[in-house]
Design a protein around this ligand. Sequence first.
Ligand code: IMP
Ligand code: MG
Length: 177
Amino acid sequence: MERLKVLLTQEQIAKKVAELGAQITRDFVGESVVLIGVLKGATIFLADLAREIKLDATFDFIAVSSYGNSQRQSGEVKLMKDVDHSMEGKNIILVEDILDTGLTLTYLRNLLLAHKPKSLKIAALLDKVSRRQQPIHGDYVGFEIPDEFVVGYGLDFAERFRNLPEVCILETDEKSS
Ligand code: IMP
Ligand code: MG
């Protein structure tokens, strides 16, 4: 059995995304930014955030291996799709759905720093601070959340639930993962 419990409503998310967009706009006034979305979880957040950023902006996307059908990270990050363009001299904003152990964003940050960007910032809608294994933090973080498995607003469980407009806690009767 699966149960969904709303953690963040559409209104809460929209308000926060607008604040993050305004903050990014202020921080980069007069400059261009490249929003790099981490597929597929960040797509909805990126789409909403981008429209709150009043700057000259372009998009790129990157993909890494995911959890598969389990709720826990395997500990290994594998690049499945690289960015399409060189990021040399660019202001990168790496856009991710959630910071959990930090393994994914640590890997991606190192990969992108090798391009020699002008700057690199991390935007994450959600942050499970208590799960961190790597010393990495988001520059633009929407919400700090407890150690619960969440879905919706781009986040999935076995590719499902990405289209929910809210962020929900997914409770299953699965005893172990
Ligand atoms: P990290 O490498 O452990 O920080 O994990 C980041 C990735 O794990 C995110 O891009 C998500 O795809 C996935 N993830 C972590 N926590 C959750 C969750 O609660 N729900 C869905 N995906 C999650
Ligand atoms: Mg993801």
